[in-house]
Design a protein around this ligand. Structure first.
Ligand SMILES: Cc1ncc(COP(=O)(O)O)c(C=O)c1O
Length: 377
């Protein structure tokens, strides 16, 4: 462990070993129990985790799926969204949000973000609605929920499906409302680095629409009829959460809130110790983020990141290329929105920097990161 005055040691961007090491005994028990009963797909641990995670999110149902991208795609497909439809999404997101839309045959309509939070700008979403719009996907990026009120009002006013991308927001709240419980359904990712991460890929859909839940459950399991496994009523595929990952996730879920609280403490320490030239992304009134990422804005990212690397400190950028400028998606953006610029996201893309963040991050490590940044900016 380092202090401000002692010899520097490295600070990992994400301390996955530290997070998982504390759970070795629980993991051993989970693995043994799955090995004993041998139901490696669709075993009792899947149903148990689905029950627990639905309760955690405050929804009536949860369907474990293979990953977070599939979760979003299956929600869209389950709602009948596809070719000819447009889906509004923020351009500042991981590309998976857009990939899920494209996979259904629908087209993502990228909109700009708010300058302070870098979350979807409701006014921009409102302006993008047209007769082809079928849904809006607010992305609760970096662990902060999008304010549910304005975005729900837009969806209600235009009859659009509101689908939450909660892949980075396990346990986030806004005025007491939990991420995943706002829209018709939400997609979560359990990629290992997420606040609730599996030891491999995993994802879930949560919803309180039980008919939609059954449709998605069937689609994720080859379109099978619940009463007859040899009958396939829907066009489906294999996108199941496997039993072992479900068992591991059940072992981790009781620790999620404590881990999120430790992330919030680390972020508070950053706010206290960062030099004035490093501006953390704002938190909206009423928001209770879970700090999946610790994102700041700086004028000279090249200098800041070089100094961090030289000091053995991990960093990232989320995301350096907004989706509407990604080579795989730019033509799509131009076809829908001509040469529309999304200036807030474009400017932020060259200024944002993600600092180390983990439930295990100590105040001393935060101080070390801040010292290094203070020395260069
Ligand atoms: C905002 C966002 N949406 C969707 C996804 C997709 O999740 P997965 O990687 O599990 O497919 C991720 C994961 O990285 C994400 O960060």
């Amino acid at each position: 462990m380092t202090t401000r005055d002692s010899a520097p040691t490295s600070v990992p961007f994400l301390d996955l070993q530290g997070v998982n090491n504390g759970l070795r005994e629980e993991f051993d028990l989970a693995w043994k129990s799955v090995l004993d009963h041998g139901h490696f797909v669709g075993g009792p641990e899947v149903e148990r985790f689905e029950r627990e995670f639905a309760a955690y999110c405050g929804t009536k149902a949860c369907i474990g799926v293979a990953n977070g991208t599939d979760a979003l795609e299956l929600i869209l497909r389950g709602l009948g969204i596809g070719t000819g439809d447009e889906v509004i999404i923020p351009t500042n997101t991981f590309i998976a949000t857009a990939e899920a839309v494209c996979a259904t045959g629908a087209r993502p309509r990228f909109v700009d973000v708010c300058a302070d939070t870098l979350l979807i700008d409701p006014a921009a979403a409102q302006a993008a609605v047209n007769s082809s719009t079928a849904a809006i996907i607010p992305v609760h990026l970096y662990g902060q929920m999008v304010d549910p009120e304005p975005i729900s009002a837009i969806a209600a006013a235009h009859g659009l499906a509101l689908i939450e991308d909660a892949a980075q927001a396990h346990g986030a709240r806004h005025n007491g409302v939990t991420a995943g419980s706002v829209g018709i359904a939400a997609g979560f990712s359990f990629y290992p680095g997420k606040n609730l991460g599996a030891l491999g890929d995993g994802g879930a859909v949560v919803t309180s629409d039980l008919a939609l839940a059954e449709t998605i459950r069937s689609m994720a399991n080859h379109g099978r009829c619940a009463a007859d496994r040899y009958r396939h009523d829907l066009s489906g595929r294999n996108s199941r959460l496997d039993t072992l990952q479900a068992a591991l996730l059940s072992a981790k879920l009781p620790r999620l809130d404590a881990g999120n609280a430790r992330r919030a403490s680390a972020m508070a320490a950053y706010r206290e110790m960062l030099p004035a030239s490093c501006r953390p992304v704002s938190v909206q009134a009423g928001a209770q983020p879970v700090y999946h990422l610790a994102v700041i804005e700086v004028d000279d990212r090249a200098a800041a990141s070089a100094a961090l690397s030289a000091a053995g400190i991990g960093w990232g950028v989320h995301y350096p290329i907004p989706c509407h400028e990604q080579p795989a998606l730019a033509a799509l953006h131009q076809s829908l929105a001509a040469s529309e610029k999304l200036p807030v996201a474009e400017r932020a893309a060259s200024r944002i920097l993600s600092l180390p963040m983990s439930p295990t991050l100590s105040v001393e490590q935060v101080a070390r990161v801040c010292d290094v940044l203070g020395g260069v900016l």
